[in-house]
Design a protein around this ligand. Sequence first.
Ligand code: GAR
Length: 208
Amino acid sequence: MLKIVVCVSGGGTNLQAILDAIDSGRITNTQVLAVISNNAGAKALERARDHGIEARALSPRKYPDREAFNQAFTEEMEKLSPDLIVLAGFLVRIPPQMVAAFSGRIVNIHPSLIPSFCGVGYYGLKVHEKALERGVKVTGATVHFVNDGMDEGPIIAQKAVDVEEGDTPETLQRRVMEQAEWILLPQAIDDIANDRIHIIDNKAMRRK
Ligand code: GAR
């Protein structure tokens, strides 16, 4: 059984997609140990509690500095000791000590086709604003392992989504979620839970 902790910051639609996929059997051999958010008001925490899953808030603002938060967050994670950490719309940089402690055991969903529209400053709706500003005709989403770079770890899966005439950042975000994110992330978790994906090192993975 793959034990996972899901980290979230806002609405939690990706978390919901994971919970629905576990309920419907599209994700097997997986148990959600807890959901952690940097934002106590996140709707995602409510979604977790509604599902009977332990939900915790850990806000950087409650700590004297980022290092103190990083340390507390990593210790919390070590106590939970998951097999896999899933970043499902988590908008805080993962502490380097957590990346080291959970090497090859953290995955992230990003709402673009990496390496486009990713890295520092590209998160949430901003990614879609930048894609529309640039006038791309195709965008999408990427699931990848997390290493010590920003959106630089080995790519697990990607799915392209068309940009349509008249799109706003909000309409584009919704289409990318519906057509890519809510499919890719549950699929990747199921693949890891059922041993179909193997991480080689911080730069590469392969399917078995
Ligand atoms: C999702 O689009 C996710 O891909 C993105 O934040 C949104 C969260 O939505 N993540 C990033 O931008 C990470 N760099 P949700 O809370 O409804 O799942």
